[in-house]
Ligand binder design. Structure first.
Ligand code: 5GP
Length: 176
């Protein structure tokens, strides 16, 4: 398989610095409360793993998997639950960790679904936000970076299942 090096949009160092800041903010906001962290697979796995190391509070880690994109770069417009969390979140403080908010459909669907389970609070951390195509208003409590309307890969984000392992956020260049 040929090697392809995407253009760097956000470097490894910038990401690490921002994640430390977000971790400090989360630590301050939750005092000594236990947090149920819900990592939205697969894209948020790297962000989640780095972020929880910077949260100095008791954390219970859960995973959920949703799909809205197929193998291309455009949203399919509907969201499917592929794998649910195992914990009961009733009465718990929940922090959802997402990779990117684009149209907002995925996260809005997830937040609505979680609200039905009566958690005591739900907040959202997202590594990236692309305001250009936002259709569903969502409050991102902890945002890494706002970016332009470009298809990005790396640091957990894929294109057709590839590039998740890149330590930085890159731009997929259609010419390559
Ligand atoms: P939304 O439902 O907000 O339109 O899309 C959210 C999901 O679409 C994200 O969780 C992510 O999986 C995918 N997505 C949106 N924009 C991008 C992008 O620029 N790059 C990658 N790799 N995935 C994206």
């Amino acid at each position: 398989m040929e090697m392809y090096t995407p253009e760097v949009l956000i470097s490894e160092e910038e990401i690490a610095l921002r994640i430390s800041e977000l971790g400090r903010a989360i630590t301050n906001d939750y005092e000594n409360e236990e947090l149920v962290v819900i990592c939205v697979l697969k894209g948020a796995f790297m962000f989640c793993s780095d972020l929880i190391k910077k949260i100095n509070r008791p954390v219970r880690l859960e995973f959920i998997s949703l799909s809205s994109y197929g193998d291309g770069t455009n949203s399919s417009g509907n969201v499917r639950l592929e794998m649910d969390i195992t914990a009961n979140i009733e009465g718990k403080h929940v922090l959802v960790i997402e990779d990117i908010v684009d149209t907002g459909l995925t996260i809005k669907t997830l937040l609505n679904m979680l609200a039905l389970r009566k958690p005591s609070s739900v907040k959202l951390a997202s590594l990236l936000f692309k305001p250009a195509k936002l259709k569903h208003r969502v409050d991102i409590n902890y945002l890494g970076f706002e970016i332009e309307d470009k298809f990005v890969i790396g640091f957990g984000l894929d294109y057709a299942g590839r590039y998740r392992e890149l330590p930085y956020i890159g731009v997929l260049n259609a010419g390559n």
